[in-house]
Write a protein that binds this ligand. Structure first.
Ligand SMILES: *[C@@H]1O[C@H](CO)[C@@H](O)[C@H](O)[C@H]1NC(C)=O
Ligand SMILES: *[C@@H]1O[C@H](CO)[C@@H](O)[C@H](O)[C@H]1NC(C)=O
Ligand SMILES: *[C@@H]1O[C@H](CO)[C@@H](O)[C@H](O)[C@H]1NC(C)=O
Ligand SMILES: *[C@@H]1O[C@H](CO)[C@@H](O)[C@H](O)[C@H]1NC(C)=O
Length: 402
């Protein structure tokens, strides 16, 4: 079987994210070997409580992005977005808070607020487990303008649940502050993002950063002498020249007859795998519309080992998204307006989110995959001159760079 032509990378990478979310199973169990049926077991599985919500949010955001960007390749880290906004929600109140919960797919009837944050805490611990064979790390930081006095409770919560650093910075010297933030991001993403921020808003008070970094080696690497120049169809009509990798190996695959697509699982060393989806010609939209948590979960359960000839392009995709404009379309309006209630963050001041930006990048080659993502949320005060809409539309586009 030839896995070629319209292999659609965006789907693929959503798969990678979802898989990565469900697999930190082994490490969780190791910690708990001595007490298999104690309450500690529930403790270790606490991260699972938010997995369905995170997956729902991922597919909703994906739909929003594809609606705006049409046939372009898409790459983002839903987990980075969920985590950044869940952390911000610790300081949100009233309608501002409930809109965030709804967008992130948290149903407060089923899950208490504290449980949500507690689950993120467990998830962070599992992802950052140094014993994993794949390198997977996620972290958070607050850069706080000198003048701003955070509420003690907020500071405690972001530290406890999100393991966040709180870094005091002089935003008056904005060049220095931007450098400081960019250096932090560069270090945490192993050089993937060098100049993430161009500038700060003149009256910025706080910057919230979430980063995710992933590096994994294929369990069965591709041999570089098999890699050839070939055509890769980015949509029904357009193709680009790529370096196409090839291998004949046994892989877990599944044919979804209803949706007319193939699914292939390609494992990394360690306990993570990427899920690649290959829709039949012209079926992309149909597969995209069906792309929901249950569909992906059904695929994962239906995989069977088969020898296949696998063609996979070497590729690099990056995405840059104006999360503010996306979230507004997804019903999160208050936090970006004068109605914002972020009174849990600091005393005295009232503020709103002035910018929210997400960037992500992935490189796939013969040896494996390296990916990084950053979500940045900037807060500034509510006041007259900032009421004018500040939505500059899309910041960038997903690109496909063979
Ligand atoms: C977690 O590990 C157990 C035991 O190794 C296994 O039976 C189960 O399928 C795993 N669950 C997931 C979601 O991988
Ligand atoms: C939240 O959960 C409750 C109980 O399971 C359910 O009845 C309700 O429809 C859910 N709300 C949303 C918005 O999904
Ligand atoms: C998943 O599989 C179950 C059982 O085969 C089926 O009832 C359900 O409709 C499937 N869901 C999706 C979204 O394909
Ligand atoms: C893959 O790994 C091999 C062996 O470590 C190395 O020589 C080669 O440069 C790597 N290829 C890429 C594309 O990173």
């Amino acid at each position: 079987m030839k896995m070629k032509s319209a292999l659609y990378l965006s789907l693929v990478l959503v798969g990678l994210q979802v898989q990565a979310l469900h697999i930190p199973n082994r490490s969780g169990e190791q910690e708990d070997q001595d007490t298999p049926h104690s309450p500690a077991e529930g403790e270790n599985l606490a991260y699972l409580k938010i997995a369905p919500s995170n997956a729902d949010f991922a597919f909703r955001f994906y739909k929003q992005v594809t609606e705006e960007e049409g046939n372009k390749n898409v790459f983002f880290s839903p987990l980075s977005l969920s985590t950044a906004f869940a952390m911000l929600s610790l300081g949100a109140r009233a309608h501002t808070l409930s809109q965030l919960h709804t967008c992130l797919a948290f149903n407060l009837t089923e899950l208490e607020e504290r449980e949500i944050h507690h689950s993120f805490q467990r998830l962070l611990q599992l992802l950052n487990d140094p014993h994993r064979e794949v390198q997977l790390s996620m972290g958070n930081a607050l850069f706080i303008n000198n003048e701003l006095k955070l509420r003690q409770k907020f500071l405690e919560d972001v530290t406890t649940f999100y393991d966040s650093e709180a870094i005091s910075s002089d935003f008056q010297n904005s060049e220095k502050a931007v450098n400081e933030i960019n250096n932090y991001i560069k270090t945490k993403t192993h050089g993937k993002f060098v100049d993430f921020l161009q500038n700060l808003s003149p009256d910025a008070l706080m910057i919230l950063i979430n980063y995710v970094y992933f590096k994994g080696y294929w369990e069965q690497p591709f041999k570089s002498f098999h890699t050839r120049d070939d055509d890769f169809f980015v949509d029904a009509k357009n193709s680009v020249k790529v370096k196409m990798m090839r291998q004949s190996k046994v892989h877990n695959i599944h044919r979804d007859e209803k949706l007319s697509c193939w699914v292939v699982e390609i494992p990394y060393k360690g306990d993570v795998a990427a899920l690649f989806v290959l829709p039949d010609e012209g079926i992309m939209k149909q597969v995209e519309d069906a792309l929901l948590k249950d569909t992906v979960s059904n695929w994962s359960q239906s995989l069977e080992e088969r020898p296949i000839e696998l063609y996979l392009p070497k590729f690099s995709i990056s995405g840059s998204y104006d999360v503010k404009s996306m979230f507004i379309k997804m019903g999160v309006t208050d936090v970006f307006s004068n109605n914002a209630d972020l009174s849990g963050v600091a005393e005295g001041d009232r503020f709103m989110v002035s910018k929210a930006i997400h960037k992500a990048e992935v490189d796939v080659n013969e040896n494996g995959t390296e990916a990084a993502a950053v979500t940045m949320i900037e807060l500034h005060p509510l006041h007259g001159e900032n009421c004018e809409p500040n939505s500059q539309g899309r910041l960038g586009q997903s690109t496909f760079t063979p």
